[in-house]
Design a protein around this ligand. Structure first.
Ligand code: NAD
Length: 367
């Protein structure tokens, strides 16, 4: 049996800095757990534009399609702000998502106890928080036709179209139910069935799919109420399934419940490949952070936790994913903090590399 394959696209800004720590973690799994990956590296975003004049070379796209999972750092930066829209660094990421048909975006919002004071909500509302938002990523109002700005009489009109097929709703719903089965077996579907036909269809299809998952308790909520409930009593949720637009907003809202951008991982999954593994791209939620690039200040945790998601969702290594998440939690509980996780008078922050050292030490201690 050959090793599972990973394509690393570190990208721009702090992307390569945080990815260097992930590489050390991958090395640890090979040395200490006999879990070896065939790792290849390539360029994406501004780095790819500098080398090839495009934010994603066709060869890189082909490699991404061929591997078991892609791990991405971050793209973008001020240097590329004035580029034509078609070659902006973000286009590389969008092309990966589109051509790999990554329809289910998984955004966990987990509050580590040691960081509960960083949440904008009261500690008791967020401590122990562990929710998963599944956002449909490849359809809905960001893609629907007709779209554009048109002349209508003596004024212009801006049009976007919310459009969902039953199949699109269903495949995302199945991904969400499968996740719920591995968690607390509760799924809340969010739409606006009160005012949108696409919401009515959404509710019908999700209800139909639920018949295949009798163990999962399904509830429905209007997305505006969902936003309110997320900041009122977020722990009532386990898995939330929602569309592209609502998911965009609700997942950012949920992210802030947990404190720092430097802690937030994500996964985008597509259909199963021949080997049964889903097409998959794992990346931290944060961007390239040009304000701290090159200073070894970035928190590598979001990228490391994205690799933990890869262990769980691509490589069926749930126990090893738990081990890595526990190592990050232990380091935080011990008070080891990068600058983004510090408040005034908190002492001296550790560097990106020192955070990596501490997580590796916690992994060693877990053996
Ligand atoms: P950002 O996420 O890069 O940074 C926002 C703030 O959070 C900054 O102050 C930054 O220093 C801090 N931060 C982010 N990640 C951190 C980490 N790991 N450790 C410590 N601090 C961290 O968002 P932005 O400033 O709006 O965007 C910067 C660039 O990144 C832009 O070019 C934007 O287009 C791009 N971007 C890329 C992605 C992506 O690659 N998926 C996502 C968002 C933004």
């Amino acid at each position: 049996m050959s090793n599972p394959s990973l394509l690393i696209l570190a990208g721009d800004g702090i992307g390569p800095e945080v990815m260097a720590q992930v590489q050390r973690i991958i090395g640890w799994y090979g040395d200490k757990r006999g879990l070896n990956f065939d790792v290849s590296e390539d360029l994406v975003g501004g780095a790819a534009y500098d080398a090839h004049g495009t934010p994603l070379h066709d060869d890189t796209m082909a490699k991404a399609q061929a591997v078991d999972a892609v791990l991405l750092g971050a793209v973008g930066g001020p240097k590329y702000d004035d580029l034509d829209f078609s070659v902006k660094p973000e286009r590389g990421l969008l092309r990966l998502r589109k051509e790999m048909d990554l329809f289910a975006n998984l955004r966990p919002a987990q509050c580590f106890d040691a960081l509960s004071e960083f949440s904008s909500l009261k500690t008791e509302l967020v401590s122990g928080l562990d929710i998963m938002i599944v956002r449909e990523l490849t359809s809905g109002v960001y893609f629907g036709e007709p779209r554009g700005i048109f002349e209508e009489g003596n004024q212009r009109v801006g049009i976007n179209t919310q459009r969902y097929t039953e199949a699109e709703i269903e495949r995302g719903a199945r991904a969400a139910f499968e996740l719920a089965m591995k968690r607390d077996k509760r799924l809340c579907s969010m739409e606006k069935a009160n005012v949108m036909e696409s919401g009515i269809l959404w509710r019908e299809v999700v209800t139909e799919v639920s018949k295949d998952y009798p163990e999962v308790a399904l509830s429905h909520m209007y997305a505006d109420n969902g936003a309110m409930q997320l900041v009122r009593a977020p722990k009532q949720f386990d898995v939330i399934y929602t569309d592209n637009l609502f998911g965009d907003i609700l997942s950012d809202c949920a992210a802030m419940l947990t404190g720092s951008l430097g802690m937030l991982p994500s996964a985008s999954l597509g259909a199963p490949m021949e080997n049964g593994r889903p097409k998959a791209l794992y990346e931290p939620v944060h961007g390239s952070a040009p304000d701290i690039t090159g200073q070894c200040k970035a928190n590598p945790s979001a990228c490391i936790l994205s690799f933990a998601m890869a262990l769980r969702y691509s490589f069926d290594q749930g126990a090893e994913a738990d081990r890595l998440e526990a190592a990050v939690e232990k380091v935080l509980a011990d008070g080891v903090r990068t600058a983004d996780l510090m408040q005034a008078n908190d002492g001296t922050p550790v560097s990106t590399t020192e955070m990596g050292d501490a997580i590796l030490a916690a992994l060693d201690a877990s053996l």
